[in-house]
Design a protein around this ligand. Structure first.
Ligand code: SAM
Length: 448
């Protein structure tokens, strides 16, 4: 393995002229980072991709709509050669050498005087990796380091005061992959985790032994006092200086009592961070192959709690109004009362043959979907022994996408991962420019 032979450095390009020769896919990938660095970017190319053109229209970069010509590097600090014209590329390199401007070559790493590392950013840290000969490895190392920093598996404590307080973290519907990056990082930094029954409970197994995990459902004081007891536990641990995560299912503010907890903490002067989560109201239907909206079918979806029966005086839901809507109705906490809910909707005018899907334990290994209509759902749920937690979807969208759902069932595609087993964006090669050449080919990058 040969030595990288490069001296790593972070260029501060703010307000400095950077010339990009070529307007194809390589330029398109590199431009956002140059713009973020505040560089004064000029793209020289007879044509550019639609994305580059959008950046020009937004005033983020300037575009000289022509071929490169001698003198373009006047005043430049840095040049990126990203055209598919080898003669032009060599000419730019030669001018860069004469003017002592660092020059990156997308077509020829050896002819370059600078290499672009595979970079990633997380929580104020920039990771840059060079291997000099193996951009895919650079990208893989970058991905591993960034992922480790994000999920806390790579221990790199920040040398700054911890903010303390409580993080209300939306854990998503249950699949541990469906928590946000921020939620996962805060979980990895926690001293105390107060967890609900719903949500990504598998993640609790990964916590180091010193972390105190409190099952919110088992906090003593009896059922009526449960929320007060949870609030008290959060306050007590935060006041003891612990980093506390309140891990909740779905999103903390969707039928999650998140604001009650935030207010209780605020009253005690304890700082609260809220990390939104993927709500089961949308993700569970999606995992079962149901889009909550679909062009030409539903222009709205309404999420409603079914924890109080329609004829109960305490209900705040206008079931008559919901029955008159044509779009999708998503009912949470409604399994026990679905017969009464369906009857109320039909009585108020929603057609009895409206399709209904009940999705139990969505996004987990135990996920199952039961299909019915408003007329039959009460009986079917009882006959098939459907139990909470389940999301009930009512509307024509239930019948959309049958082929996709079938295929997904067969391949497991909706349960996670890409259908072809690919690794997705995080693993896509984004290493040194030299190796991009092979991937770019001739067709995509315009001649510059
Ligand atoms: C108290 S609510 C909390 C909702 C949560 N905050 C959210 O945004 O998803 C609990 C209800 O969410 C639904 N739910 C949550 N996770 C679910 C899952 N994995 N599968 C099916 N339903 C789920 C069920 O209707 C359950 O009764």
């Amino acid at each position: 393995m040969r030595d990288v032979g490069a001296y790593p450095v972070g260029l501060r390009l703010g307000g400095r002229r950077v010339v990009v020769v070529g307007g194809g896919q390589v330029a398109q990938r590199r431009l956002p980072a140059l713009v973020s660095a505040g560089a004064d970017v000029v793209v020289v190319s007879p044509s550019v991709t639609a994305s580059v053109e959008a950046m020009v229209a937004a005033g983020e970069v300037r575009w000289e709509r022509r071929r490169y010509r001698e003198g373009d590097l006047e005043g430049a600090w840095y040049v990126l050669v990203a055209s598919t014209d080898p003669v032009a590329n060599a000419a730019v390199s030669a001018e860069a050498e004469r003017r002592r401007v660092w020059c990156v070559r997308s077509d020829d790493a050896e002819a370059a005087t600078a290499w672009t590392p595979a970079t990633g950013r997380t929580d104020g840290v920039t990771v840059a990796v060079l291997t000099g000969h193996d951009p895919r490895r650079s990208a893989a190392v970058r991905d591993a380091v960034v992922a480790g920093l994000r999920d806390g598996s790579l221990a790199a404590p920040a040398h700054r005061a911890r903010s303390g307080g409580v993080a209300l973290v939306g854990g998503g519907p249950g699949d541990p992959d469906l928590i946000t990056v921020r939620g996962r990082r805060l979980l990895a930094e926690a001293d105390v985790v107060v967890a609900d029954r719903l949500g990504p409970r598998d993640l609790l197994d990964e916590l180091p032994p010193h972390v105190e995990v409190i099952d919110a459902a088992k906090i003593p004081y009896g059922r009526a006092m449960a929320q007060e007891a949870i609030n008290a536990a959060l306050v007590e641990h935060a006041k003891a200086g612990k980093a506390v995560v309140r891990l909740k299912g779905g999103d903390p503010y969707v039928f999650g009592r998140g604001m009650e907890e935030a207010e209780a903490l605020a009253r005690e002067g304890i700082p609260v961070t809220v990390v939104p989560g993927i709500s089961s109201s949308i993700s569970v239907p999606a995992a079962a192959g149901i889009p909550v909206t679909h062009r030409g079918v539903a222009h709205e979806f309404t999420v409603v709690s079914g924890h109080i029966a329609p004829d109960d005086a305490r209900s705040l839901v206008d079931w008559g109004a919901l029955a008159r809507l044509r779009g999708t109705l998503v009912v949470l906490m409604g399994v026990e009362r679905i017969a009464a809910i369906a009857a109320a909707l039909v009585a108020e005018g929603r057609p009895a043959d409206t399709p209904v899907a009940v999705v139990q334990e969505g996004t987990t290994a135990a996920q199952r979907r039961v299909d019915a209509t408003l007329a039959t759902v009460g009986r079917k749920v009882a006959d098939e022994g459907v139990r909470p937690p389940a999301v009930i979807v009512i509307g024509e969208v239930v019948s959309v996408g049958g082929a996709v759902a079938e295929l997904a069932q067969a391949t497991g595609a909706l349960a996670g991962g890409l259908p072809d087993g690919g690794s997705g964006g995080a693993g896509s090669p984004a290493g040194e420019d030299a190796a991009e050449n092979a991937a770019e080919g001739d067709g995509t990058a315009p001649r510059g």
